[in-house]
Design a protein around this ligand. Structure first.
Ligand code: NAD
Ligand code: MG
Length: 387
C-alpha cells in the first residue's frame, strides 16, 4: 500500500528515523513524500528532499530561505520558509503526517495537519501536554486517527484492546532512569548539559535527552497518557526499568498485565504508526532473551526526581496547567543548555511558576494555550534572571 506522508521536523532524530523506516519499506508498502520541514539544518533538509523526491521542502526559519532555494535549484521541489510556510506544508493533503517537531513549536502545524483529516503520527508530546482536550477535539473533528509514536504510548496503544477499555485499571509507564538514575541529589547540582544529554539507552534529540535526565520527559509522558488514554492521574504509574526493553504496560481488572517489548529503537514505534493497522518488516535488532537474562525494576525516587509530582499536580489541576508546566520547563531547559542556571534549578523554577500561575481556565481555543505558555515563560524568565 502506498501512503502520502509528510514529515514535520524531518531533520531531527524522529524525522531521520522516519525517513529511514520509509527507505527500508519493502514488498507492497511504500510512501510518497509530500512535505518535509526543518529549521536550521538546510543541507540535510535539501538532501532528504532530493533523496525522497519530496514535493515540498520548508524551513521554519525565514532567514534560511535563500539557502534552501539555492540548494534545491533545478530539482523541481517547491521551497518555502517561515512560520506560514510551515503551516502550509502541514496542510498539504496527505494520508499521514509525522509530528516530529520539538516543543510547543509543533502545536500549530500539527493542528493544521489534523484539520485536513490526515492521520497524525504523534511524536510531539507537547501537543497533548499543552493543548490536551482541545487537541483531541481537533483530531476528532478532522476525522483522522491519532497514532502515538512516543515509545511508551505506542507500547500501550499496541496492547490496549479497544473492546476491553472498560477493564483497564492502570497504565504503567517505564522509565530508564536516564544518566542520573543512581546519582544523589547533591551530585546532580553540578552536572553539565553534556552530562545530562548522555542517555544510556536511547539516541534522541538534545532537549528530550536532557528531559530524560531530569524526568521531565516522564512527567510530560504522564500528562500525554492522561489525555491519550483518558486515564485519571492516580491510574498512571511510573516504574524505573533500566534496560528499556519493556516500553510500557497496561494493567486490567482481572490482574493481567500486558506489556510490549523490543529493543530501544524508535523505528519500531514509528513503523507501527506508519503501517497501522498492518505491521511492517523492520531492520531493528531482535531481542535475545538468553543474552538479556534479566529485567530490573525500581520504584522512582520522588525526592531526587520531583518532576513526577509536578506532572500529577498539573493533571489534577487540569485546565491550562499542562501548558504552564511545559512553558516554564522549555524556558528553564533553554537556560540550562545556555549555562545560565544549574540542573536542579530547572525543576525549582517550574515548581514556582506552577504555584504562581493557577488561574487559567480550560482553554476554549488555541490562543489561550499560547497565552498560558507565554505567561509561564515570562514568569520563568524572571526567576532565571533573579538567580
Ligand atoms: P530534535 O531536536 O532531534 O528534532 C527536532 C526537529 O524540529 C528538527 O527537525 C528541527 O529542525 C525542528 N525544529 C526545531 N525547532 C523548531 C521550530 N521552532 N519550528 C519548527 N521546527 C523546529 O528532536 P527529536 O528528538 O526528534 O524530538 C522531536 C519530538 O519527538 C519531541 O517532541 C520529542 O519529545 C518527541 N520524541 C522524540 C523521541 C526520540 O527518540 N527522539 C522519542 C519520543 C518522543
Ligand atoms: Mg518516550
Amino acid at each position: 500500500m502506498t501512503r502520502r506522508l509528510s514529515v514535520l521536523g524531518s531533520t531531527g532524530s524522529i524525522g531521520r528515523s522516519t525517513l529511514d523506516v520509509v527507505a527500508h519499506m519493502g514488498g507492497s508498502e511504500s510512501c510518497d513524500i509530500v512535505a518535509l520541514t526543518g529549521h536550521d539544518n538546510i543541507d540535510l533538509l535539501a538532501m532528504q528532499a532530493k533523496r525522497h523526491n519530496a514535493r515540498l521542502a520548508v524551513t521554519s526559519n525565514p532567514r534560511r530561505y535563500g539557502e534552501l532555494k539555492a540548494a534545491l535549484a533545478g530539482s523541481g521541489i517547491e521551497v518555502g520558509a517561515g512560520p506560514e510556510a510551515l503551516i502550509e506544508a502541514a496542510s498539504q493533503p496527505a494520508d499521514i503526517v509525522m509530528a516530529g517537531i520539538v516543543g510547543i513549536a509543533g502545536l500549530a502545524p500539527t493542528l493544521a495537519a489534523a484539520s485536513t483529516g490526515a492521520d497524525i503520527a504523534l511524536a510531539n508530546k507537547e501537543c497533548l501536554v499543552c493543548a490536551g482536550n482541545l487537541f483531541l477535539v481537533a483530531i476528532a473533528s478532522g476525522g483522522g486517527r491519532l497514532l502515538p509514536v512516543d515509545s511508551e504510548h505506542n507500547a500501550i496503544f499496541q496492547v490496549l484492546e479497544t473492546d476491553q477499555r472498560h477493564a483497564v485499571e492502570r497504565i504503567i509507564l517505564t522509565a530508564s532512569g536516564g544518566p542520573f538514575r543512581t546519582l544523589s541529589r547533591s551530585d546532580m547540582a553540578g552536572v553539565t548539559p553534556k552530562d545530562a544529554a548522555a542517555h544510556p539507552n536511547w539516541s534522541m534529540g538534545l532537549k528530550i535527552s536532557i528531559d530524560s535526565a531530569s524526568m521531565f520527559n516522564k512527567a510530560l509522558e504522564m500528562i500525554e497518557a492522561h489525555y491519550l488514554f483518558d486515564m485519571p492521574p492516580d491510574a498512571i504509574e511510573v516504574i524505573v526499568h533500566p534496560q528499556s526493553i519493556i516500553h510500557s504496560m497496561v494493567g486490567y481488572s482481572d490482574g493481567s498485565v500486558l506489556a510490549q517489548l523490543g529493543a530501544p529503537d524508535m523505528r519500531t514505534a514509528i513503523g507501527y504508526a506508519l503501517g497501522y493497522p498492518r505491521r511492517l518488516a523492520l531492520p531493528v535488532e531482535r531481542l535475545d532473551f538468553a543474552k538479556l537474562a534479566r529485567l530490573d525494576f525500581h520504584a522512582i525516587d520522588a525526592e531526587r526526581f520531583p518532576a513526577i509530582d509536578l506532572a500529577r499536580r498539573a493533571m489534577r489541576h487540569g485546565h491550562a496547567q499542562g501548558a504552564v508546566l511545559n512553558g516554564a520547563k522549555e524556558a528553564a531547559l533553554d537556560a540550562f543548555i545556555a549555562g545560565r542556571i544549574g540542573f536542579l534549578d530547572m525543576v525549582d523554577i517550574v515548581d514556582q511558576v506552577m504555584d504562581h500561575l493557577t488561574d487559567f481556565a480550560e482553554p476554549p481555543a488555541i490562543e489561550a494555550v499560547f497565552e498560558a505558555d507565554r505567561a509561564a515563560r515570562d514568569q520563568a524568565e524572571r526567576l532565571i534572571a533573579a538567580l
